[in-house]
Design a protein around this ligand. Sequence first.
Ligand SMILES: Nc1ncnc2c1ncn2[C@@H]1O[C@H](COP(=O)(O)OP(=O)(O)OP(=O)(O)O)[C@@H](O)[C@H]1O
Ligand SMILES: [Mg+2]
Length: 142
Amino acid sequence: MKSGWVGGKTNSAEATLKSGEHFADFLEKGDVFAFIGELASGKTTFIKGILKGLDYNKSVTSPTFTLVNEYDAKYPIIHIDCYREDELERWIKLGLNDYFSEENIVIIEWADKMKSLLPENTIKVNFSHKSLNSREIILITP
Ligand SMILES: Nc1ncnc2c1ncn2[C@@H]1O[C@H](COP(=O)(O)OP(=O)(O)OP(=O)(O)O)[C@@H](O)[C@H]1O
Ligand SMILES: [Mg+2]
């Protein structure tokens, strides 16, 4: 990831989307992001913004049931959601490690559920549900 992205609070769903769109400018191939934060803290909305920022105009949904969504955007984006699957063995069998490549950008919702499977250089982004209309999105630098 390129340096210089500054997170902060968003005051509407639209602002969370915009923040993701801006975040897209800082992505680099090979990045792996762990999105960590409680239910409804804005993770999927932010990812929708990222894809918008990468000129991807098709629909983006949370891969809650499919487990993994692959988007052919400006870069290949791999969107993973661990919420319903915290059985680590299943992720390994699914070929999780093949997604971690220099060609892809991998973004994982509820990544704390698969902490031990993540590459060492994984970049953490923390999402907090502050109030009805406020979410805080911050980068956790290692
Ligand atoms: N700053 C904000 N203010 C108000 N609503 C917001 C804000 N940011 C996002 N939202 C809304 O919050 C709801 C939940 O957002 P989202 O689905 O992105 O959360 P999530 O972290 O992916 O949740 P989950 O853990 O269930 O996957 C959505 O309806 C979204 O539009
Ligand atoms: Mg989500």
